[in-house]
Design a protein around this ligand. Structure first.
Ligand code: MRU
Length: 344
């Protein structure tokens, strides 16, 4: 099952909002529907947002408002930074002289290059991360317990995922994954659990607030999370709740790894606190989607008192000091070597 594909001049995307209950694709034929799909999280996860937006630029190629379309696509979600890198390439392609037809073709080539780059980066993250797992496995001589957060898996990417890539590329290493819920939208339960089951990786679901207990109890050998942005000093901006896992891991001496492709590194910001943090609708907190086994249907329910107020920050900042190392497409290293990821 693919996550994204350019087909006959349109963009086909897997509707992540419907997982794990339904596997359905949306065909996006104009750039405005790509913006909507990114905003409403039909497509979500930093790498695939970049790929979708890049193909959105192709769909906008002949629009009289082409450059405002690019701005809307690039800023549909403010926190994930991969799309900024992708749009440097897209804008370069757009500025080349030539006919409208040529511009379309150049944009399509650029979008394909963004897609291939994201795919290759994830694979390389997997290859480097696998060596970490091998070392730990030799030391422990038993199944490794990995904890992750949100979905930094293949559904968030073209394939492999970032946090999951080392696991998928090392099927010979026995691994068990603790999958945390990831309220309010439950990407852990609905997406990570779905794709781990699909790949036959052993896993157990936990509510978000159980993570600290398990880490302290010694049931977690390492934590691997993805990132929406890593700033110059190594601070990690990722799905809300990442920080609490990092704190618990640090306190218990459990290694905490961040998996990221080069495109997630943002040297233009000195620290994570300068990152724009997306605030989403209160309704994502006050209501929940689930499958009603009796009625055989997917339903949305309110889980709080009527008119209760809520706040819904999408991301938090984990200071670099809590990160053991960064698993990247250029190797595994500490914050001092992140500059290796800078692309021209
Ligand atoms: O709000 P989301 O679901 O787009 O948030 C996604 C995450 O936080 C992921 O961990 C991050 O984008 C890395 S995905 C490889």
């Amino acid at each position: 099952m693919h996550t994204i594909a350019w087909k006959d001049g349109s963009l086909e995307v897997l509707d992540q909002r419907l997982l794990p209950f339904q596997t359905q694709y949306q065909t996006l034929s104009d750039w405005r529907s790509v913006v909507v799909a990114i905003k409403d999280m039909t497509v979500r996860g930093a790498p695939i947002i970049a790929v979708a937006a890049a193909y959105g630029a192709v769909l906008a190629a002949n629009d009289p408002d082409f450059f405002s379309a690019l701005d809307e696509l690039e800023h549909a979600r403010p926190t994930a930074v991969n799309v900024r890198q992708a749009f440097k390439r897209i804008r370069r392609a757009a500025e080349l002289p030539g006919s409208e037809q040529l511009r379309y073709q150049m944009l399509l080539n650029a979008a394909r290059a963004v897609e291939i780059d994201e795919l290759h980066s994830c694979r390389r993250i997997g290859i480097y991360g696998k060596t970490l797992l091998e070392t730990l496995w030799r030391e422990k001589e038993r199944t490794l317990n990995v904890m992750t957060h949100c979905n930094a898996g293949r559904l968030a990417c073209v394939d492999y995922g970032t946090a999951t890539a080392p696991i998928y590329l090392a099927p010979e290493i026995p691994v068990h994954v603790w999958v945390s819920e990831t309220r309010p939208r439950n990407q852990g339960f609905s997406l990570t659990a779905f794709e781990l089951a699909e790949r036959g990786v052993a896993h157990t679901l936990i509510p978000d607030n159980a993570a600290g207990f398990l880490i302290r109890k010694g049931d977690v050998d390492l934590v691997i999370v993805g990132a929406d942005r890593v700033t110059k000093n190594g601070d990690v901006v990722n799905k809300i709740g990442t920080y609490l896992k990092a704190l618990a891991a640090y306190e218990s001496g459990v290694p905490f790894y961040v998996a990221l492709p080069s495109a997630t590194f943002d040297p233009s910001l000195a620290t994570g606190d300068q990152t724009p943090i997306e605030t989403r609708s209160e309704e994502e907190v006050t209501h929940i989607w689930g499958y009603d086994d009796e009625r055989n249907e997917v339903r949305r329910l309110r889980i709080v008192p009527q008119n209760a107020k809520a706040v819904n920050y999408g991301f938090d900042v984990t200071p670099a000091k809590f990160v053991t190392a960064y698993i990247t497409d250029k190797g595994v290293f500490g914050a001092d070597k992140l500059a290796t990821l800078i692309k021209n």
